[in-house]
Design a protein around this ligand. Structure first.
Ligand code: HEC
Length: 158
């Protein structure tokens, strides 16, 4: 009985965290209302979304900021100063060894292009979303530069 209720509690907590993450995503708006044009090739976006290259330090700060990016609600990352990291998905350590920049870019821009069932938010998409707060309609979570900054950080995780 004890085991059953603990399993139930763990499932419940996981569910709540996904709901909280989605609620945060809906309320988080990026400053840039534009979505960059991009081309998907295989399972990646080979071309950077911006001409300025991504900044690893800015990308790390974004991933560390659970209010802005929410990454740490679901993932762990080698960011020791952030306690209470998520365990719904993978540890991002080594992401740059597992995936190319192109693959990482598509996962951040729109993870559902790879896995239609994914609970990972589409960080650079404004169409086809459910339950978007009125104030966030037309705004991606990350602007194009923020996508590139996060990709640069992930690529550096080897
Ligand atoms: C609501 C939960 C959630 C959030 C928030 C989230 N992810 Fe994910 N992510 C997942 C899941 C689940 C997967 C596993 C593949 C899938 O289902 O799409 C995944 C897969 C990944 C992968 C590929 C797997 C790996 O580790 O090699 C990367 C890289 C990644 N996420 C990075 C990020 C980054 C960076 C952020 C923040 C900008 C983020 N994720 C936010 C849930 C999330």
């Amino acid at each position: 009985m004890q085991v059953v209720s603990e399993v139930g509690l763990i499932l419940f907590c996981t569910h709540i965290r996904v709901v909280v993450a989605i609620a945060l995503i809906v309320t988080a708006g990026a400053t840039n209302a534009q979505v960059a044009a991009y081309k998907v090739v295989d399972d990646g976006i080979p071309q950077a979304l911006t001409t300025a290259s991504g900044d690893i330090a800015r990308g790390r700060a974004l991933v560390a900021n659970r209010y802005q990016s929410m990454c740490l609600l679901c993932h762990q990352a080698p960011i020791a100063e952030e306690k209470f990291q998520g365990d719904i998905s993978t540890n991002l350590a080594g992401a740059g060894a597992r995936w190319s920049a192109a693959q990482l870019r598509l996962r951040i821009v729109d993870a559902r292009r790879i896995n239609p069932q994914s609970v990972m938010p589409a960080y650079h998409r404004i169409e086809g979303l459910n339950r978007v707060a009125k104030t966030s309609v037309g705004k991606p979570i990350f602007d194009a530069q923020q996508v590139e900054d996060v990709v640069a950080y992930l690529v550096s995780l080897r």
